[in-house]
Design a protein around this ligand. Structure first.
Ligand SMILES: O=P(O)(O)OC[C@H]1O[C@H](OP(=O)(O)OP(=O)(O)O)[C@H](O)[C@@H]1O
Ligand code: HPA
Length: 190
């Protein structure tokens, strides 16, 4: 299979450079899968992926987990076509599964301001699961100003816009096989 992984990429007129390679992603996701397999042995956890961004990460993460598990999805939006959060979360789809009494693993592609994760935790806790753990591939540590519980973090990253491996800029770029970052100078000039 050939993967789409150029050194730099133009998206909506802006230039992004490679930040995390396919190998780095694979290695870290295998580690996370191993940790989750050990932690949830015998518990049949349910992974809940947050559409759209988390679909590629979730698919790789689940396939690195070596215990019985299930999956469901919900869908939110707060960025629209912009690089900054609108500050409001729009619910676009709820989960179908009944998670009462279940061990839930909530999977995000990125925690930026923390608004979405904070909102999701509140929403899922009301459904009375046995436990909720959170996993995010990327965490913009210095940008997060909402209170969030983060249990498993793939990579801590700077406050710069990123793209690829499920993450978009105005819906483009999700099919890139690696993570790309906007040049710091370009971001500062905005
Ligand atoms: O921590 P925050 O500032 O809330 O940002 C994180 C959220 O932003 C992105 O979703 P987006 O609203 O862009 O929708 P998408 O997943 O469909 O791209 C991402 O997938 C997270 O859900
Ligand atoms: O840096 C980002 N890139 C893509 N989507 C996002 N959603 C929040 N932050 C980001």
């Amino acid at each position: 299979m050939s993967l789409y992984k150029p050194e730099t990429v133009q998206c909506n007129g802006e230039t992004f450079s490679i930040y995390l390679t396919e190998e780095e992603l694979e290695e870290r996701i295998a580690e996370l899968g191993k940790e989750l397999s050990e932690k949830y042995e015998g518990q049949n956890p349910i992974f809940i992926g947050v559409l759209n961004g988390a679909y590629i990460f979730l698919s790789d993460l689940m396939r690195s987990v070596e215990i019985p598990c299930e999956v469901d999805f919900l869908k939110l939006s707060s960025y629209g076509d912009e690089k900054v959060s609108s500050g409001e979360v729009t619910d676009l789809k709820d989960i179908d599964a009944d998670i009462e009494g279940r061990n839930v693993i909530l999977v995000e592609d990125i925690v930026d301001t923390g608004l979405s994760m904070n909102y999701l935790l509140d929403k899922l806790e009301k459904k009375n699961p046995e436990s909720i753990a959170t996993v995010t591939l990327l965490h913009k540590t210095e940008a997060t100003h909402h209170e969030v519980q983060l249990d498993y973090v793939g990579f801590k990253i700077p406050t710069l816009f990123v793209l690829g491996y499920g993450l978009d800029y105005a819906q483009e770029g999700r099919n890139l096989a690696q993570i790309y970052i906007l040049d710091e100078e370009d971001q500062e000039n905005e």
